[in-house]
Design a protein around this ligand. Structure first.
Ligand code: PHE
Length: 440
């Protein structure tokens, strides 16, 4: 069987960036930046993204393209039985992310349709009120949309839709940010976002938060980038493509900050409380579903349009991410059982929906727990293991070939001088350090 491939390298970049750009960029990053001193967090985040997450991303991509199969086999061929086990864990982790991500994505559908219905004078509070029924039904709906795209195949489904949706996302994001910057309070927010306060860089949890954010945002550690890279031709330069994905991902996070942080100050100018007595964001957990709707509600029908645009933006970002999550176990199932994509992806979705239903049912206890275990521990740890495999089990000369086969000058580049040592020592040590600090 001929291995599936992206139709072009641009297709790969947009699809991988589609996976990377998601709630992590448009919700997670601005929330953290707002909490940890705006510009200071931005600087630290960018530093960690390029110095730590990007090298790890290239390592994960290298494993995928080398193996050229599905994650369990790819990792098994590099690290034997233990490697296979890591593959299974990656599959489990990505399915767990999908099961909580679908719940939030469902809420986005709810808020988006609510704004649209209100524009035509209809009000249906069910859509925006927390309930077991709403969480289940809208999560299921988002899951079905994801499945519909994934079962169509790589080029006709995931790649095609990511290529359409990513530019649309950029347009909506820029339009919303420009509009918000013209509102009273917008420019104050802009300077709060862009002026770093170096004092804040010393805050103890800041580095942990920024590292976790960087790994989550680049979809590292759960085999997504491994599977996508296995669909690349063998001549594509992984460091270059990985860099493009990283630039798009951090660029969109930066732009999202330009939208969200000024919006907070617009809310403040409207008299809505955004910070408590300690300067902390009052609704850090629910910034998107609490503060924003309250702000939009003060703006009449312009607020409804804004609200629709905002939730549409988030839903698009979420969809290109859920596509990648469903693709990983699907690719394994197809390769290991020989079943069709349609059937395999339906099975995976079915299992994920059961997990999602469990989380919805015990939302108070399970949701936060699953998010924490998977994003703060499983993702960085699996990322660490991938770096160790690449750094310690792979011979340096064949690694060189594996990264950039077509590129003769590559062996002299700064990337190649730094990177092998990085994935061998620096990345694992830094990740460990962050983990240990977080456990304390
Ligand atoms: N990177 C995505 C985001 O920022 C989340 C994600 C994590 C997607 C892991 C796939 C795998 O929202």
């Amino acid at each position: 069987m001929v291995k599936t491939q992206f139709s072009s390298r641009l297709g790969f970049v947009l699809t991988a960036a589609g996976s990377a750009v998601g709630l992590g960029n448009i919700w997670g990053f601005p929330t953290q930046a707002a909490q940890h001193g705006g510009g200071a967090f931005l600087l630290l985040y960018l530093l960690l993204v390029f110095a730590l997450a990007y090298p790890a991303l290239v390592a994960e991509m290298a494993i995928g393209r080398r193996g050229h199969q599905e994650p369990i086999a790819d990792l098994g061929s590099l690290a034997g039985k233990v490697g296979k086990l890591t593959g299974w864990l990656g599959l489990l982790a990505v399915s767990a992310i999908l099961s909580f991500y679908l719940i939030i994505a469902g809420w986005l559908l709810g808020y988006m349709s609510d704004a649209l219905l209100r524009l035509v004078g209809v009000s249906w509070p069910w859509l925006t009120t927390f309930s077991l029924g709403r969480n289940l039904i809208l999560g299921l709906l988002f899951g079905l949309i994801t499945w519909w795209v994934v079962q169509r195949g790589l080029q006709e489904g995931i790649e095609k839709w990511s290529k359409r949706l990513m530019p649309a996302l950029l347009v909506v994001l820029i339009a919303l940010a420009c509009y918000v910057l013209t509102l009273p309070g917008g420019s104050e927010g802009l300077s709060a976002y862009l002026t770093p306060d170096p004092q804040k860089l010393l805050a103890p949890n800041l580095w942990l938060a920024a590292t976790g954010q960087a790994f989550f945002s680049l979809s590292i550690g759960v085999c997504v980038m491994m599977v996508y890279a296995s669909y690349l031709d063998k001549d594509a330069s992984l460091p270059r493509l990985g860099l493009q994905v990283t630039l798009i991902d951090s660029g969109i996070a930066f732009l999202a900050g330009l939208l969200v942080i000024p919006t907070l100050y617009v809310a403040k100018a409207q008299g809505l409380a955004i910070l408590d007595a300690h300067g902390q964001l009052i609704s850090s957990d629910t910034l998107v579903f609490d503060l924003f709707p309250r702000l939009f509600a003060t703006m009449g029908s312009a607020g409804l349009v804004l609200s629709f645009g905002f939730f549409l933006l988030l839903a698009v970002a979420a969809l290109t991410s859920t596509l990648s999550m469903l693709e990983v176990p699907t690719a394994s199932l197809v390769a290991r059982t020989g079943s069709s994509r349609r059937v395999a992806s339906a099975w995976v979705l079915g299992l994920v929906l059961i997990a999602m239903a469990l989380i919805c049912w015990q939302f108070g206890t399970l949701f936060g727990l699953v998010v924490k275990v998977v994003t703060q521990y499983a993702q960085p740890l699996l990322g660490l293991v991938f770096c160790v495999y690449v750094g310690w089990l792979w011979r340096r000369d064949s690694l060189l070939k594996a990264l950039a086969a077509e590129d003769e000058t590559f062996a002299k580049s700064w990337f190649w001088r730094l990177w092998p040592g990085y994935v061998k020592l620096v990345c694992p040590l830094l990740i460990l350090l962050v983990m240990v600090q977080s456990i304390q």
